[in-house]
Design a protein around this ligand. Structure first.
Ligand code: GUN
Length: 294
């Protein structure tokens, strides 16, 4: 998209992936290390299958080693734990990703905690979450990490700015709040959620607004201030008979109307989405280089 207001996630993600590819090539040449990522996919969730395939393809493009283990839906938890343990002890593997959601008979917390936190490139292990909150070096969860990179590479000033996050999920809202609080970013952060009595009160006073609640076109133009920056994490399907598929994809932001008032804004699709895979690759590279200092 050739437009100064639009933060082009595809363009920025491609730029990051090019940098990673070059760095991975150098790492192989200089130290004989090929970044390696293991994917574990349980069951037949079609969305999960597509995600894992796409992540594996990106590994190939960047010169990473990858392996995908597909397990049937009714697998015993112990089999999954054994597989994680195998990858924990495999020196060719620098990152382990168990695709979520897991079938309901499997204890997700137990599985995520079984991953060696030094290979936890999703940043979901309590060790990484705790270190993130404490401001220590750790793996950042990929979507919040991608949002920070979008802001940084779009040269958006964050020092001393007020940021409002709408949504308090463990994958986006909570880790993002902690990243925005870091000294090098230095935002003053509000986190709104379903129990917030007047979300507009917060968004109207914000320089940066990040929406991650999964409600189509939730953020309206009358909720924002002229000149704000809007990051839309939502991916929602709305019925649309004019489309061949019968639906169209919209974010959590009323894009058309908010666009007019904003200084910068991410589109959906093509904003935050492409950044998540790019940052997963970045985390795997950092792991292979031993650059996260635990
Ligand atoms: N399912 C949806 N998003 C993610 C993600 O970022 N990581 C994992 N492991 N599973 C997911």
């Amino acid at each position: 998209m050739n437009n100064d207001k639009i933060i082009d996630g595809n363009l920025i993600a491609n730029e990051i992936k090019e940098e990673i590819k070059l760095e991975a090539g150098r790492l192989k040449e200089e130290r004989g290390i090929v970044p390696g990522l293991a994917f574990i996919l349980v069951g037949n969730n079609p969305a999960s299958q597509i995600y894992v395939k796409s992540k594996g393809k990106t590994c190939n493009e960047l010169g990473f080693y990858s392996v995908t283990e597909e397990l049937p839906e009714d697998i015993d938890e112990s089999v999954l734990l054994d597989l994680i343990n195998k990858f924990n002890n495999d020196s060719k593997i620098h990152g382990i990703l168990v695709q979520l959601p897991l079938p309901s008979h499997i204890d997700e917390t137990k599985i995520l905690e079984a991953i060696d936190y030094r290979k936890d490139v999703d940043g979901f292990h309590p060790q990484n979450i705790g270190r993130l909150v404490a401001g220590k070096d750790c793996f950042y969860p990929c979507t919040p990490f991608g949002i920070i990179e979008l802001l940084r590479r779009s040269k958006i000033e964050t020092q001393g700015k007020s940021a409002t996050i709408i949504g308090r999920s463990n994958i986006v809202g909570k880790p993002l709040a902690n990243l925005l609080l870091r000294k090098e970013i230095n935002c003053t952060v509000s986190v709104c959620h379903s129990g917030t009595s007047d979300i507009r009160k917060y968004t109207l006073n914000s320089d940066i607004i990040i929406v991650a609640i999964g409600k189509p076109e939730f953020l309206k133009a009358d909720m924002i201030n002229e000149g704000c920056v809007i990051i839309d994490v939502g991916i929602n399907r709305l019925p649309d008979s004019t489309k061949k598929s019968g639906y169209r994809i919209v974010g959590d932001v009323d894009f058309k109307n908010c666009y007019e008032k904003s200084f910068k804004i991410t589109p959906v699709p093509g904003g935050v989405g492409p950044m998540t895979i790019a940052m997963l690759m970045k985390n795997t590279l950092l792991s292979a280089k031993g650059e996260v200092k635990f």
